[in-house]
Design a protein around this ligand. Structure first.
Ligand SMILES: Cc1ncc(COP(=O)(O)O)c(C=O)c1O
Length: 410
């Protein structure tokens, strides 16, 4: 019998002749089948709700022919599948599901895995809306949410309960960039009925491969680096073989769907992921050098720096770093901070990072922590190094620090 799993395997072997190639090559080619579309390089954008069936037999059988059967716009079209195939290949997964935002991807993965009475362990340093999701959606459903220190490693075993069903990770942690020892955690839970979920938005599949470290499900805010141009909201859940059908089914039940134009933008963005990430990485590291020299700096928080507490694990598991990092500067009042930030020319104050532009925001992280409060006495600034010239970015920050100093003296 041809099961769904077998069918997907067959599709993968047809659609993935690229898997053996280097990532830059795959980024340029995955999801493209020009000779199926009269030579047009990019996959066509299918705007579709109604799908016409050829005849009664087609009407009765098409849906059963596998996950790639196009029967209803909401369940995806070749536009959707081209993007999902691309991300599945990049992460080394079995199948992917696109949804309307990164947070929706987190919600989908957790809701498809958990039921009332279950226990979930969540890294304390997760993207803050995950905590809100736990407190306002999961907890009222009698799902027990417990936050853990992201540096816990194999000792996570001591937190496991009979009813633990999910361990949720994000590494580096949001705003404070703690590194999780992912293999230690996946090993600790491997012989139990526990699914591990990892938010890989920061590193992208270019720099970290969670599934190869034993993780079951990877989520991405496509909104960030995969899209890369600050013009779309989208998320994706990449599953291993054991979890795919369950998440896919739940997605169909709740009616998540993404508009084809957004998927097209994401697919277009992903083509340049490596070219962009190489520049984000380099610019961020140049900015860290600059920031470390400023007298106001208490510490720069970037896992690629040797003094970062998680640097050894980072070097072992990651093959590069992206453009997002933190710096703690000496305590300043809002007037001095505004003098520095309000007149920056190139750095915008915005939350959603991963686009081509540089960003800077002050952040009071401790309101989003229950186990690992930030102990530094200072102002935490989160910086996203965009694709601008690094010298221009440094000049902009230099002027900002001058204004800060002048304001502190008055
Ligand atoms: C690490 C991380 N994961 C997920 C998300 C959510 O993505 P979206 O904004 O697409 O909902 C964000 C957004 O900032 C994020 O920083």
């Amino acid at each position: 019998m041809v099961t769904l799993t077998h069918h997907l395997f067959l599709i993968r072997s047809v659609y993935y002749p690229m898997s053996a190639k280097k990532i830059a090559t795959r980024l340029a080619h995955l999801g493209n089948h020009p000779h199926e579309h009269q030579g047009v390089i990019n996959p066509p954008v299918y705007h579709a709700s109604t799908i016409a069936h050829k005849n009664l037999d087609d009407l009765k059988t098409r849906r059963k022919s596998g996950a790639r059967a196009v029967t209803y716009g909401r369940d995806g079209t070749p536009t959707t599948f081209a993007f999902e195939d691309t991300v599945t290949d990049l992460e080394g997964g079995f199948g992917s599901i696109t949804v309307s935002s990164g947070l929706a991807a987190i919600h989908l993965s957790l809701m498809s895995l958990l039921k009332p009475g279950d226990h979930i362990l969540i890294a304390d340093t997760v993207y803050a809306p995950v905590r809100n999701l736990c407190n306002n959606v999961l907890t009222p459903l009698n799902i027990i949410c417990e936050f853990y220190d992201p540096t816990i490693g194999a000792s996570i075993e001591s937190l496991l309960r009979k009813n633990t069903r999910v361990v949720y990770m994000e590494s580096p942690g949001s705003h404070t960039f703690e590194i999780i020892d992912v293999p230690a955690i996946t090993n600790a839970v491997s012989d139990r009925d526990i699914v591990t979920v990892f938010d890989n938005t920061w590193a992208t599949p270019l720099f970290f491969k969670p599934l190869s470290h034993g993780v079951d499900i990877v989520i991405h805010a496509v909104t960030k680096y995969l899209g890369g141009h600050s013009d779309l909201m989208m998320g994706v859940v990449v599953c291993n073989e054991q979890t795919f059908s369950q998440v896919r089914r739940y997605c169909s039940l709740i009616g998540q769907s993404v508009a084809p134009d957004d998927i097209y933008l994401a697919q277009r963005g992903i083509r340049t992921l490596k070219a962009r990430l190489d520049v984000h990485q380099e610019n961020a590291l140049r900015l860290t050098d600059f920031l470390m020299e400023q007298p106001e700096t208490i510490r720069v928080i970037h896992p690629a720096l040797e003094d970062h507490p998680g640097h050894t694990i980072f070097k072992r598991d990651f093959s590069g770093s992206s453009g997002l990092f933190g710096v703690v500067i000496q305590p300043v009042d809002d007037i001095a901070l505004a003098a520095m930030l309000d007149s920056l020319e190139l750095f915008f104050m915005g939350f959603s990072w991963g686009g081509y532009e540089s960003l800077i925001i002050p952040y009071d992280i401790n309101q989003h922590r229950s186990v690992t409060p930030l102990k530094d006495n200072g102002v935490l600034l989160r910086i996203h190094a965009g694709l601008e010239d690094s010298g221009d970015l440094i000049d902009d920050l230099t002027s900002g620090f001058k204004r800060l100093r002048a304001a502190r003296l008055t």
